[in-house]
Design a protein around this ligand. Structure first.
Ligand code: ATP
Ligand code: MG
Length: 578
């Protein structure tokens, strides 16, 4: 407080008695120091009780005030939701409720627009705190300045105008979480948007929470199989890893994430797909596809669509991550996809510009690195003491004309543990998934790969690198010697083997068998256009005639040299029959 004398203004219908006045002054002095004065203002609108205002602090002991205090508490607990089950909730809460004697700090909206409000008067509001506007509209503090604060709004803002009152809640933004969320489509505030009724919540988690520390973690040592041959063999992903999927628009980025989700069926992994700034029609199509492949029952979709406001898009990945953490702390393995973080950065950029923050490179604010680093740090493999759960993150980033050196792509590449780089050129050639083998990398997943996969994928990466090099050099020469010709045919065939249709994940034994025979040049004499058909027939044959070796690979994750020879022998026998 400054040197000015503090004055409490009492609004009441009747002048307080001397005894009442003494008590109030005593109260004021205890809170605001010696010399605090009291002034009575006649206010006929105050029917019962009184309202005491000291600067921005309001002690509302009118009947309406107490009622609204209670209403706020309820709204605060369940959001702006007035469904039928609110009455029992009130009954339950009112039992042990006494009105608040702490002052409520009020502020005033000084400007509003585009989902942003500036508020003056809330001197002690903190970063990330939820503010309550009139009509139960909620906002979150995102910018603290000397004399006012910037706040993003989550609900429809029509009901707020300049001069509206704003109240602190003392709580940071959070979302409801629970096991009941599985199989549902929700918005970033945790409310269902699939029309299937209420979701039972078990807890409430802050959307921002610190990432686990070093002691709380253990190394990534278990595989998160994508079922995509090209990725599992050369860029394996481990549980707890962050692997970026990066590429131009329409190169199959989402397809890789969805295939990975579909491949988790029966593997006891929970999947969360966070859609940021996508068309609602695409999401509903995706839900249909996931349902068709039986993947929706272990999946939650958090959707902040293109038509949602920037604040909603901004919090979407953090809410998704909170839900993921809820499952991780139960010891479960979670896969979370952020599709995509370029649109997330754009939403944050528009918020920052509206909040008058100074723009930096590409007009992004200075803290755009922190935006994603604090999100992706929350992916972890927890230690056994903490239950051993994990969050594996697959962030997606869209590039412009393959430019991985742009601001947001370089930031996220440096945060993640590797990237899968998809290329338009390959995609249009029909090489799908369009993974660029030279530019993709997985920095920690190798430790998590099963021995069988590691052993059978052996020289694949090297062979492909040689093939690419040779392909460039021999482009214009017509008379190639036989050895070079063979190398080219072999490499060309390998590229065809890596082609894989959408929603057709390979199991571990299928990948091992396929790699073993392919690297032993089984497909050398098969014309490339027949390779996919040949693969399907061969794998089916193994499934039927040699299921013992298939189940052995799946259950042990091992393969011996003898096994490899046996596989090759079976394969050649099969070839001979045809
Ligand atoms: P956007 O930039 O629009 O988000 P994206 O990079 O996520 O696009 P997808 O939507 O995954 O790309 O895929 C683009 C198209 O390519 C889709 O129609 C999809 O069905 C098809 N596609 C993706 N992967 C494959 C594949 N392996 N085989 C065949 N078609 C595929
Ligand atoms: Mg996509």
């Amino acid at each position: 407080m400054n040197n000015e004398r503090v004055k409490g203004v009492l609004y009441a219908a009747k002048k307080p008695t001397e005894a009442q006045e003494d008590k109030l002054i005593e109260f004021l002095v205890s809170r605001y120091g010696e010399g605090t004065e009291l002034e009575w203002v006649e206010d006929a609108s105050v029917k019962e009780g009184f309202r005491l205002e000291v600067g921005n602090n309001v002690y509302d002991w009118t009947n309406e005030g107490r009622l609204s205090q209670f209403k706020d508490m309820i709204v605060n607990a369940i959001g702006k939701k007035t469904s039928d089950n609110i009455i029992p909730l009130i009954r339950e809460n009112i039992k042990d409720w006494t009105p608040n004697t702490a002052p409520t700090e009020y502020g005033v909206v000084t400007s509003i627009g585009d989902g942003i409000a500036t508020v003056s008067g809330l001197r002690s509001a903190t970063y990330g705190e939820i503010l309550l506007f009139s009509e139960g509209i909620r906002g979150m503090v995102l910018d603290l300045r000397e004399d006012e604060i910037g706040c993003i709004l989550f609900d429809d803002t029509d009901e707020i105008s300049e001069g509206s009152r704003v109240k602190r809640t003392g709580r940071s933004a959070g979302v409801p979480v629970g096991n009941d969320f599985l199989g549902r489509v929700i918005n970033p505030l945790g409310l269902p948007i699939d029309g299937k009724g209420d979701i039972e919540t078990e807890d409430y988690r802050a959307i921002e929470s610190p990432a686990p520390g070093i002691i709380e973690r253990q190394p990534v040592n278990r595989p998160m199989e994508t079922g995509i041959l090209c990725i599992d063999s050369m860029f394996p992903i481990g549980r707890g890893q962050r692997e970026l999927i990066i590429g131009d628009r329409q190169t199959g980025k989402t397809a890789i994430a969805l295939d990975t989700i579909v491949n988790q069926k029966g593997k006891d992994v929970i999947c969360i797909y966070v859609a940021i700034g996508q068309k609602a029609s695409l999401i509903s199509q995706m839900v249909t596809n996931l349902k068709k492949h039986g993947a929706m029952e272990y999946t939650v979709i958090v959707n902040a669509s293109a038509s949602d406001s920037a604040p909603i898009q901004y919090i979407a990945p953090y809410s998704g991550c909170s839900l993921a953490e809820f499952f991780m702390h139960q010891g479960r393995d979670v896969l979370i996809v952020y599709d995509d973080l370029s649109k997330h950065a754009i939403a944050y950029r528009s918020l920052s510009l509206l909040l008058d923050r100074s723009p930096g490179r590409e007009a992004y604010p200075g803290d755009v690195f922190y935006l994603h680093s604090r999100l992706l740090e929350r992916a972890a493999h927890l230690s056994d003491e903490l239950g051993g759960g994990s969050i594996t993150a697959l962030p997606i980033v869209e590039t412009q004309a393959g430019d991985v050196a742009a601001y947001i792509p370089t930031n996220i590449i440096s945060i993640t543990d590797g990237q899968i780089f998809l290329e338009s050129e390959l995609f249009f050639e029909g090489q799908r998934p369009a993974v660029n083998v030279g530019l993709s990398v997985s920095r920690v997943g190798g430790d998590a790969q099963t021995k069988a996969m590691k052993k059978s994928s052996g020289s694949l990466r090297l062979d492909l690198a040689q093939y690419r090099e040779m392909e460039v050099f021999t482009q214009f020469s017509s008379d190639l010697d036989e050895a070079t010709q063979k190398q080219l045919t072999y490499g060309h065939g390998l590229m065809y083997i890596l082609r894989q249709a959408q929603y057709k994940p390979y199991s571990q034994h299928q990948q091992v068998i396929l790699l073993t025979v392919a690297l032993n040049k089984y497909f050398m004499d098969v014309p490339v256009k027949n390779i996919q058909g040949e693969i399907a027939r061969l794998l089916e044959h193994f499934e039927i005639a040699h299921s013992d070796i298939c189940s052995k690979i799946d259950s042990t994750g091992l393969i011996s040299d003898d096994d490899k020879q046996i596989i090759m022998k079976y394969a050649l026998e099969f070839k001979g029959q045809n």
